[in-house]
Design a protein around this ligand. Structure first.
Ligand code: LLP
Length: 383
């Protein structure tokens, strides 16, 4: 269970992210243990959190990287990741980013369209190199998650549809400066059931059978990320069920001889180790409601405003006070700048610290400077 050193917080400016590095370490150890198969390769999806301290810890644990921009490739290399352990996805890779990836000799590109494939070939040819690519396939699977974070349905900006796949694969095989190494999938994020992953395995099995008859063989299969976490009770299961997750693939995916299976986990790696810590500026009595107005806003943690997500809120200054209902809101000039409505919380006073739990993924990484606000700082447990 994450412990918050509230006395130490008193000297700090709020809001800030507080990371429980001990929990991160235990999470990474569990990933290593449960993805023990020799042919399993786990990449960390940097988009979830690119804080350098977090990245260095993840690097030390031996994971690879899933990057979606030149900036993420650079951040990963800066943190010590070997370029050949980086895979690079994204529907809109610019020429400059493609060149950077080729110069750095990253593992491979997860290619999302025919247009992109041709440009990568051209740029690789102009540089006198060969680009390793996997084709991102849109497997048309409903991940039962929020519409903004589901990506695997048929018509989608991501990936190549099953109908167009043959054409793209044939082109990849023909192009001189392309080395076709694998197939890439990602069905969505915050997936809390096994079933969508099982369906993905079955889809991949069928697809491999079919493509083999057409002469395609792949060294790498990449199933993307998506393993969800428990937002409602972060202390119940601070470490996600990696054992069950990897077992699903072990049991349901028919890998070919020598084939490697890649995963790109973001949220499940870092979400539970991070909390957003904020001070209460005012307690405002409304006509029917009581508002706790805090100094963190949607600029620090946008998930509630953007996805209607809920992060558990705790009063860490006085966890045992009498319970009252509060709307917990931020200072940003947007009515969606709300962290919780009718939250039952221990009595709140001006100056109390509240924390928003499970914010290690897509929290700090999605912060913005809207309203000329400063980006949140970060602090770390001393283990
Ligand atoms: N691989 C690909 C190709 C992805 O697009 C993503 C996430 C991942 C891996 C990592 O997925 P994860 O294991 O974290 O579920 N900002 C949203 C989530 C967006 C996810 C985008 N893609 C949120 O705050 O919920």
């Amino acid at each position: 269970m994450t412990r918050f050193p509230v006395e130490e917080f008193k000297n700090l400016d709020t809001p800030f992210y507080y990371y429980d590095l001990n929990l991160l370490d235990r999470t990474l150890a569990e990933i290593k243990r449960s993805a023990r198969d020799e042919n399993f390769v786990v990449h960390y999806a940097v988009k979830a959190n690119a804080n350098p301290v977090i990245l260095r810890k993840i690097q030390a644990s031996g994971l690879g990287i899933d990057a979606v921009s030149g900036g993420e490739i650079s951040a990963a290399i800066e943190a010590g990741f070997r370029p050949d352990k980086i895979v690079y996805a994204g529907v809109g890779k610019t020429d400059k980013e493609i060149r950077l990836a080729l110069e750095k000799h990253i593992g491979w590109f997860n290619v999302e369209s025919l247009a992109e494939l041709e440009i990568i070939d051209q740029i690789a040819s102009s540089m006198g190199v060969t680009a390793r690519v996997a084709i991102r396939v849109n497997p048309d699977i409903d991940a039962h998650t929020h519409e903004y974070i589901t990506t695997g349905l048929a018509e989608n900006k991501f990936g190549v549809s099953l109908k167009m796949l043959d054409k793209v694969l044939e082109r990849a095989r023909d192009l001189n400066n392309i080395n076709l190494t694998g197939l890439h999938f990602h069905i969505g994020s915050q997936i809390t059931e096994h079933e969508p992953f099982i369906m993905l395995c079955q889809r991949i099995n069928d697809l491999q059978d079919e493509l083999e008859t057409k002469g395609f063989k792949f060294a790498d299969i990449n199933v993307g990320g998506g393993l969800g976490i428990d937002y409602s009770d972060p202390d119940r299961r601070p470490i996600p069920d990696f054992e069950g997750y990897f077992k699903t693939f072990r049991n349901h995916l028919h890998l070919r001889q020598g084939q490697k299976l890649h995963f790109e986990l973001g949220r499940a790696v870092v979400a539970q180790c991070g909390s957003l810590v904020t001070r209460v500026i005012y307690v405002k009595e409304g006509e029917t409601k009581r508002f706790a107005i805090v100094d963190a806003g949607m600029t620090d943690l946008i998930r509630p405003a953007l996805y209607n997500a809920h992060h558990k809120i705790e009063n860490i200054s006085d966890p045992h006070g009498e319970l009252h209902h509060y709307d917990v809101v931020g200072p940003v000039c947007e009515s969606s700048d709300v962290f919780g409505k009718g939250e039952l919380l221990p009595y709140i006073r001006r100056g109390d610290f509240l924390c928003l739990r499970s914010a290690g993924a897509y929290g700090e990484a999605m912060a913005s400077g809207y309203n000329c606000r400063q980006l949140p700082a970060s602090f770390f447990s001393d283990m």
